[in-house]
Structure formats: C-alpha cells, structure tokens
Design a protein around this ligand. Structure first.
Ligand SMILES: [Zn+2]
Length: 294
C-alpha cells in the first residue's frame, strides 16, 4: 500500500523548527501540488531555497509571517508546507499536479509524503480562524494544535475514520463501481463513520445503504491513512447474512455491485490502495476468518 514505504517510516512527531535551505517545501494550489517530474516518472519537490526565491519574485501569498510550517520528516529530510496558496515558480520544469493523480507515480514515498502534507495543509488552512469566536488562531509551540488567543479554543488535527468493506459469501467477494465519479475502476463498499456509531455499525449500515444486504461476522483487516480525503480507512471483511445475494443498489452512490468468484476477480492489487490489497488477500484465500464479533 502507499504508506508501506521502502525507506523507514514517516516521522510525524511534532517539532517546532524553521527550514534549512535544502529542506523540502510542499506548495499547494487548490488541490494540486507543485512538482518536478523527470523522464523516469520520478517526482521531485522544491527546496526551501527555491521556494523563497520564487515567492519573492512572483509575490506568493502567505497567511503567516513565517511563510512555512514544518509537517514531518521523510527519508532523513524535513518537509514543510508553504503557508498559503502556491504561486508561479518561474521554473518551467515544475508544474502543479492534482493530488488525486500523484499517487499513481513510481515514487511512492514522495506521493505518500505529498498526500500526508496535503491532509495537514488542508487542516491548517481551515483553522486560521477560531470557529467559536472568529479570532485569528495561533500555533501552539509544543504540539500540533492551533489555539485561539481570545477564547482558548484548542483545535487539533482532524482525521475522519471510514470503512472499506469486503463482503464475502463463501468463495465470492462483492465488488462495486461508483456512480458519477471520475474513478471508474472496481472498488468495494465504503463510507465514513457517523458520530455515535461503532466502526462495526458503520460496516453494517454502509452495506445496507449501498446494496441492501445484511452482513455478519465482521472482522478487522488493516488501516490506511488517506490524506486526500482527510481520512483513515479501516478495512473489514464480513459475511453475507443468509443466502440471498439480491442487491438493491443505491444508484446515487453506485453504478453496479456484484459477487465475483475468488478465482475470477476482475480487480487486482495496485500496491497503492487498501481496497486493492484486500481483493488480493481474498484472491489468495488469506483473509481473516475470525470469530463472530457482531
Ligand atoms: Zn476563539
């Protein structure tokens, strides 16, 4: 999966530091990031030195006088985000590319870094002002938190849990396709956890809402941070409760949903997404069988 880095792990402990010249600065504009893509489809990100020079010449906007914010460390390099909407680089080898398509590049480490930086960037930019009293917020120096100096509101990073569900019926797995989306490949039932419900209840509710099926024997598989949607995906398998496979499709959400035999699944692991890994694990008959937890 995307977060399974071939070089250590993303070190995301909070540090209150300023960038050095060669540190990376991820610059976002809308939901695009400024990247250099070489002939081998490898990505490079600009350094602090580059970005400062571009920002000075092209009058980049910044929401904060410090201009950059430390986010994490990856492959022994500190990553910062630009505190504002990125401007023009003036370097024709750099271009803004969609964060949705960047995950399909070869350099998985950097793609994961950009996606995670995006999650933090989106949180920072959405909390420049206090949602309670409207005052300008300030950075806390000890942990990743924005604080309101007027009413002491403490704002911590927001992560939305959501489920990916592999509904099985004996030797068959339910695959689906979204309706009305750019993403047209096979997926599985998915949805965000609502306030006040357990994740197991999310699994049951989403399957019922999207395909009208009752499920049992819900068992946990793995999680995946998914910064593009500000989420944390929780993968679960479960069994169809009963033998009736009749799908009642929520046509606002899905274009199709159908059970496929283990030896003829039309989707395969892409090394990126939890959904795809779960399809492969089922294909290989290695999915957790578990005791009934619900
Ligand atoms: Zn406030």
């Amino acid at each position: 999966m995307l977060q399974d880095l071939d070089y250590g792990r993303l070190e995301n402990e909070f540090r209150n530091i300023y960038p050095a010249d060669e540190d990376i600065v991820v610059c976002f504009r809308g939901n695009t990031a400024l990247v250099h893509r070489n002939g081998d489809n490898e990505l490079q990100l600009p350094t602090y030195k580059d970005v400062l020079a571009w920002a000075a010449v092209n009058n980049w906007e910044s929401w904060n006088e410090n201009k950059t914010q430390y986010v994490f460390r990856l492959q022994d390099v500190n990553y910062f985000i630009w505190w504002g909407e990125g401007g023009e680089s003036g370097d024709p080898s750099y271009a803004y590319e969609s964060t949705m398509t960047l995950r399909q590049v070869i350099s998985k480490n950097i793609a994961f870094g950009i996606m995670t930086a995006w999650h933090l960037f989106d949180w920072y930019r959405s909390n420049r002002f206090c949602g309670r009293c409207g005052a300008k917020t300030v950075h806390d120096g000890k942990e990743r938190m924005m604080r309101c100096p007027e009413c002491n509101n403490m704002i911590f990073p927001k992560i939305a849990p959501s489920v990916i569900v592999g509904v099985t019926h004996g030797d068959r797995l339910l695959l689906s396709k979204y309706a009305n989306r750019n993403y047209t490949r096979y997926g599985m039932i998915a949805g965000f956890t609502e306030i006040g419900e357990t994740v197991e209840e999310t699994v049951q509710r989403e399957v019922m809402e999207e395909v009208g099926l009752k499920v049992k024997n819900i068992r946990y598989y793995k999680t995946q941070p998914w910064g593009v949607t500000g989420g944390l995906l929780l993968g679960y398998y479960c069994d169809l409760d009963g033998d009736d496979e009749t799908v009642t499709l929520d046509q606002n959400e899905l274009a199709m949903a159908e059970f496929y035999p283990r030896n003829a699944l039309p989707a395969h692991d892409d090394g990126i997404s939890l959904t795809r890994e779960m399809v492969r694990v089922f294909e290989e008959g290695r999915e957790p069988t578990g005791e009934a937890s619900v």
